[in-house]
Design a protein around this ligand. Sequence first.
Ligand code: CP
Ligand code: NVA
Length: 321
Amino acid sequence: MTPELRHMLRDDDLNHEEQKQVLELGMKFRQDRFYRQPFAGPQAVAVLFDKPSTRTRSSFSIGVAELGGYPLVIDKSGSQLGRGEPVGDTTEVLTRMAYGLVWRTFGQDRVEEMAAHATCPVVNALTDDFHPCQILADFLTIAQFRGGVDALKGKTIAYVGDAANNMSNSYLLGGAVAGMHVRVAGPQGYLPRPDIVADAERIAKENGGSILVTTDPKEAVKDADCVFTDTWVSMGEEAEYAIRSKPFWNYQVNDALMALAKPDALFQHCLPAYRGKEVTASVIDGPQSVVWDEAENRLHAQKALLTWLVGKQRGDESLLA
Ligand code: CP
Ligand code: NVA
């Protein structure tokens, strides 16, 4: 196997077979937390945050440690990057010391610039545009509850709410890669960018899936296998809180909306959640909700992703399965 430096910057950085490989590996880590230890040494993986985090911070920190590595967590407030050091300069330094770079930041261009300078894998831990690690965890959760990774292809997933945000974009691309029927619903003005929809449509077609973008939440949720939502005010949009409190009320995931999905449909939310806003307590704390498994699956999915990426980089086939 030829060594190949790969990054995970957006969901379509993995093709259908590769996404399946990572998710299968995630299922193995679900069974055995210490299934592989590619960073034994310990080798360091730098995990950088320009935005707050609970799940991403804990799952990457604990995950890298369980992979035998040392998680070097760097916050914006304590880094020169946060004071304006160029992304390229920071990356040139870190990539000489660390064996993986994980970054939560604002613009997608920033993780792309990091990848351009890195000699080790770069993972997007959320940008304004995409949250690909979350999608791997969410799909692992469907696999967990619906009979394995092979069950993903052909499933119908519905995301309702701010359809212009990172989660919506990532469901579009990640679901298309998985060969799912992806439906996203949001109000006018909060729909996904045409270039992302076009990419998702092309990829969905290749994998036997489909894409529907609509302003009608009922059309999106009808007979869906899984319903997702997310906050109406993403990190960095706090100044828009008042404006954003109005357009989304018809998109709240409540019992009436969930009743339109399949009777055994799963409910997922990447968290943090705002009960009484994008989701009612009756849904997120109800019997169809699998949000705690979903959060746990961040750990397993990201360990699988890091193992797969370093397996590719080292040309070590044994790390891919
Ligand atoms: N879902 C998610 O990424 O959570 P955090 O913001 O807590 O990391
Ligand atoms: N859309 C949310 C996701 C949080 C995990 C945000 O970007 O804040």
